[in-house]
Design a protein around this ligand. Structure first.
Ligand SMILES: [Mg+2]
Ligand SMILES: [Zn+2]
Length: 204
């Protein structure tokens, strides 16, 4: 898919919009249950995509399921180093990590979420929205599986699925239809930029 670049001008996030980003398999190469900063690396296109998103001035907020906490694979404190590494990677690409929200709970034995924060629920997005004054209806959710899409849609956000092969179940449902499907993170960023520029023009 072609990457569309908006003019390099800074628009104020007057809309109260934010961009919510899934972490594993979306921003980062997917290493299951990894909390070792040395093994954290950006996914293809994520560096360029962060640079593009930074130009919008919108808060970039990571929302992540981290069941490894409840499953006893690592302590919750280990996620501080993860957040630190994420912030470094954002900074290396001219972006600012606006927040890191995670669900530390495990799924129920049938695989469904037993809490309100585990995606596909929208608790993390609502928590972040409350803290940052985000208008969810103007915001975006970018993820690599349909649970990310559903979380975004439940919150009222527009959604972009990066169909990079990480979704394997494709469970259907009315909340699981993304607004856009792309192949890489930078293509998702291009869509946000184009739509954001249109919105900025509309309210100017
Ligand atoms: Mg993911
Ligand atoms: Zn939870």
């Amino acid at each position: 898919m072609a990457v569309m670049l908006a003019p390099a001008r800074r628009t104020l996030p007057a809309s109260g919009a934010a961009v919510f980003l899934d972490k594993d398999g979306t921003l980062l190469q997917d290493v299951p249950y990894n909390v070792d900063p040395a093994r954290i690396a950006l996914a293809p296109g994520a560096g360029d995509g962060l640079r593009m998103l930074a130009r919008t001035g919108l808060p970039l907020i990571v929302v992540s399921n981290q069941p490894g906490v409840a499953l006893g694979y690592f302590q919750i404190e280990a996620l501080e180093a993860v957040a630190q590494r994420l912030a470094e990677l954002f900074a290396q690409h001219g972006a600012t990590l606006g927040g890191f929200y995670f669900c530390p709970h495990a799924p129920l034995p049938d695989g469904s979420a037993g809490c309100a924060c585990r995606k596909p629920h929208d608790g993390l997005l609502r928590q972040a929205a409350d803290s940052h004054g985000v208008t969810l209806e103007h915001s975006w959710m970018i993820g690599d599986i349909l649970n990310d899409v559903e979380a975004g849609r439940r919150a009222g956000c527009r959604t972009i699925l990066i169909a990079n092969g990480n979704e394997t179940h494709w469970l259907p449902g009315p909340m699981r239809v993304p607004d856009y499907i792309v192949g890489r993170f930078d293509e998702a960023a291009a869509i946000v930029i184009a739509q954001h520029a249109r919105h900025a023009e509309a309210v100017a």
